[in-house]
Design a protein around this ligand. Structure first.
Ligand code: FES
Ligand code: FES
Length: 423
């Protein structure tokens, strides 16, 4: 058991929890805050959504121990929140609940929409609410309630809501705050996790997550970070098992220029929205990447090594990382091969193999996620071209991926292919 200290609904809480205890269970079973509902317990239905440091988070796939030092707000703690007061009144006006099972999670997501997207229209509100399921199918009332509050805030902005929006804008974008833990404490966590390893035989791999988390606390790469063989060529080494995605993009530059560019890791990272490199030592880097896909958001911190074969123009980036909040671990290889398709044009073939462990693992199997990654690769290709051209915008951070448009295009593409297949 670990002692977890956190602020829940404005109160300092210190309670015992097993490393594998999810925040949802912790809130309900330890703190008796049963307003947080559990539906799927797989991160899909959104019923368990609570606010952590003001951001909506699924408590069923977040370990309680990962929330050390955070501010957690559940539906029982919304009374003094001005925006929640407005949303609750709107939910009542628009009959936006029937059995009420989904309502705590709906409110948390609705609050986020009003703060983050002041100009959202109905289509955008529906898209943003897509990660919260209502069994009573009361969506029309819920959407109307959110639109009502958005309109109110456009017509007569509330000072407190404006302040909350300002806070959100000025908050660092780097994802979840790391835990502040003394190095000795982190080392103890590694030791105790290793001692406990044999007992963790079912469910989420708690002990290995704890080891990874402890390494992260002391600023090291997770223990599972793959070590590349010193003499390995780009194609050497066993291919990891996992989900595989192949993609390609063309760059209007000669092969040698593209090869040089792709060896510059900070430049490559600057083409990937959400990615940043924190340190580099030769071909080894440490960094983080933030990913948001529909209801899921994760910020993986980890380490990677680039192996390049100048003769064959093949390379592989081997890496592993961990999401601070859900403690999910990702490991994978991104291999690429350059092919000169003309004197001034190069095709980059990408072969990605990755595996996810922990609460987010269920999302790695979805076809939608594979489509999403292919789109990201295509977007990355466009950014490479912009950077290599070096014109306007080349020194600016990459523009964010238009998530709403991308998700809509993916869904629309799938519907079209379904419709076409039946004709
Ligand atoms: Fe369904 Fe958490 S219970 S997302
Ligand atoms: Fe019943 Fe949404 S109101 S599940």
């Amino acid at each position: 058991m670990n002692t977890v200290r956190l602020h829940v609904n404005g109160r300092e809480i210190s309670a015992e929890a097993e490393p594998r205890t999810h925040l949802g269970d912790f809130l309900r079973d330890e703190l008796r805050l049963t307003g947080t509902h559990l539906g799927c317990e797989h991160g899909v239905c959104g019923a368990c959504t609570v606010l952590i440091d003001g951001q909506p988070v699924r408590s069923c796939i977040t370990f309680a121990v990962a929330c050390e030092g955070r501010d957690v707000t559940t539906v029982e703690g919304y009374d003094d929140d001005r925006l929640m007061q407005l949303l609750r009144a709107a939910f009542t006006r628009h009959h936006a609940l029937q059995c009420g099972f989904c309502t705590p999670g709906m409110l948390a997501t609705a609050r986020d929409i009003v703060l983050r997207l002041p100009q959202a229209d109905e289509a955008r509100v529906r898209l943003e609410l897509a990660g919260n399921l209502c069994r009573c199918t009361g969506y029309q009332g819920i959407v109307n309630a959110v639109l009502d509050v958005l309109q109110q805030q456009r017509d007569e902005p509330d000072a407190e809501v404006l302040r909350l929006r300002e806070n959100l804008r000025s908050a660092p974008e780097a994802g979840p705050r790391p835990r502040v833990v003394a190095r000795a404490e982190a080392a103890d966590a590694v030791a105790s996790a290793q001692v406990q390893a044999p007992s963790a035989s079912v469910g989420i791999p708690v002990t290995t997550s704890a080891i990874g988390a402890a390494h992260q606390m002391v600023g090291q790469a997770p223990a599972s970070a793959p070590a590349a063989s010193p003499s390995a060529g780009a194609s050497a080494g066993a291919k990891p098992k996992g989900n595989q995605i192949e993609a390609a993009f063309d760059v209007p530059f000669p092969l040698d220029d593209v090869w040089r560019f792709m060896g510059d890791l900070p430049a490559v990272a600057s083409c990937l929205p959400g990615a940043s490199i924190e340190s580099q030592e030769g071909d080894k880097v440490k960094g983080r990447i933030a990913v948001k896909f529909g209801p899921m958001a994760a910020a993986f911190a980890g380490a990677a090594r680039l192996e390049r074969n100048d003769a064959t123009k093949e390379a592989v980036l081997r890496g592993a990382g961990q999401d601070t909040l859900s403690q999910s671990r990702a490991q994978g290889d991104i291999a690429y091969r350059l092919e000169g398709i003309s004197a001034d044009n190069t095709r980059v073939h990408v072969d990605m193999v990755y595996s996810l462990q922990g609460p987010l693992a269920q999302f790695s199997r979805s076809g939608l996620v594979k489509d999403f990654v292919r789109r990201m690769v295509a977007d990355f290709g466009r950014q490479v071209t912009v950077r290599m051209r070096g014109g306007d915008g080349a020194t600016e951070p990459p523009r964010p991926i238009p998530m709403a448009r991308m998700v809509w295009e993916l869904l629309w593409g799938r519907l079209r292919s379904l419709f076409g297949a039946r004709r």
